[in-house]
Design a protein around this ligand. Sequence first.
Ligand code: ZN
Length: 288
Amino acid sequence: MMLPGQICRSGLQQLRHLLLWPLLLLAPLTSATELIELLTTPVQGALVIARTDPAASVALDGSHLPVTADGRFVFGFGRDANRQSLLHARTPDGREQSLLIQPAARQYAVERIDGLPPATVTPPPELSARISREAALVAAARRNTRRSDDWAMPFIWPAKGRISGVYGSQRVLNGEPRRPHFGVDVAAPVGTEVVAPAAGMVVLAEADLYYSGGTVIIDHGDGVTSTFLHLHAVEVSPGQQLDQGTRIGSIGATGRATGPHLDWRMNWRDQRVDPRLLLEPESWQQAP
Ligand SMILES: [Zn+2]
């Protein structure tokens, strides 16, 4: 049964949406020219690249976003992002635009893996201090990234191989739902070369983390980072500047990996995004 009050509330909400959307989308409020142009589609798990006047200052939900010399800026939506974000740009001469962005929903696969040794599903309690120390190390490496345009170049695949895992899939290990998979997995023999998919600075290089084994994090600037897991060899060190295509190490099965593969993850700040969305869709089935 539906109560009159409910109908009334939902009607009001619809009306608010109808009124708010045109107001915000038809901005700029003080000028006839659009100040914000989205260059990539805002979907869940997307790194969104947009353009504005190079002199503009930009904020997403009140948080400042750096703008490149040619007016580009970047932000990202996590796997389950479902709220509208407010993007605002303003130039020194007073032009401004506000844009409400609703990330489009995606469907994710469910992967069931049974018969894993129990210790890999639930780590023994004596390892919990090590695991939380390493998680803090990784989180710190992704925080406070540099101002740099390195993220603005077209990304390339970091390794050649078969795509054996995709972003967002829900893993059910021995019947227990686990955290979703956030990387794209490239399966290839141990020793296969891994290169930087875009320029950046190495902010973490560890030979043996509990879950991820040989691990490298590259800072591509403005909050965008790439993380490479399960490396057999780590051949870079923190502080090193990398050109796109520079060798960083080789594929392995270190850490909690079931077989040799590269797990490539990307973040915008603490939001995990899908690396494949930065690459040409034609290349999605098979890494080159
Ligand atoms: Zn993986």
